[in-house]
Design a protein around this ligand. Sequence first.
Ligand code: BJW
Ligand code: ZN
Length: 263
Amino acid sequence: MDSIPADPPVGEAAALLGRARRVVVLTGAGMSAESGVPTFRDALTGLWQRYDAQALATPEAFRADPELVWGWYEWRRHAVRQAVPNPGHRAVATIQTRIPGTVLVTQNVDDLHERAGSPDPVHLHGSLFAPRCSACSRPAPVPDGTDGEPADGRRVPPPRCAHCAAPVRPGVVWFGEALPPVALEAAVEAASACDLLLTIGTSGLVYPAAEIPQVAARLGATVVQVNPEETPLDRIAEVNLRGPAATVLPALVDAAWGDGPTG
Ligand code: BJW
Ligand code: ZN
């Protein structure tokens, strides 16, 4: 009979975390995978396996077909509203409680960290819950989702800006767009000053976010990675915890402080 692989040993990472004074946690789509929110690049379930990123996640795509793009993001926002934070999100919130000043930087556009009790994540790639005008950039109301359940592939005309009547766009960062400067600066500054960076559930392929662990490592911080698969970040990580976030992170918190995540 095949043996069941043991959970990745978390002892060394727990000791590093227990000693750390300035911590940055960087999360990607794998963080929310076990909440049922699909990743982008996983072989079977990644969004970019089923959808064309160029046709949905670029400013050119929105200009060419705003109804297609807005409908796709309506569907994704609806899916996130149905999802709930997993034990990994709660473990991250516990780390923030245990090590005050821990900076949480996420590439995710969902709100699962906030709902798990992480007060103020740095959203590098924006949010599904922050639509704004495509012309004047003023914030626009988040649709309440009561006009019928958005279906995968349904075209939905975007609302119009109350100030200039241009189409409202999703408040996310598309390919070729600059990241929000305040968020990027906060992330780089925190990574430059930390002694431990914990990277969770990111493929490390999308820049400039993928540079953040590299900045920390270059300046002498220890990098710990949680990911079931190999990534380009393996080579800079002192410890690679090869497993899913919702299992590994509670075990890590438990090994570091003995009483498991809160909540
Ligand atoms: C688990 C798990 C479990 C599974 N537990 N883990 C340098 C080199 C090359 C290219 C570039 C470069 N610099 C810039 C570029 C271009 C481009 C880029 O990086 N392209 C590469 C893909 C080649 N970057 C940009 O265009 C960026 N903008 C920019 O650079 O602007 C310059 C500029 C400056 C000034 C003026 C104008 C322009 C913008 C990037 C925006 C990315 N946007 C997206 C979509 C957001 C909106 C939306 O959600 O629709 O962001 S793309 C997508 O990728 C999304 C994610 O945040 C991002 C990162 O993905 P992530 O989170 O890593 O997910 P996956 O799916 O890739 O990986 C999941 C991981 O989880 C895997 O490793 C799994 O194994 C793991 N996993 N289950 C733990 N249970
Ligand atoms: Zn406007």
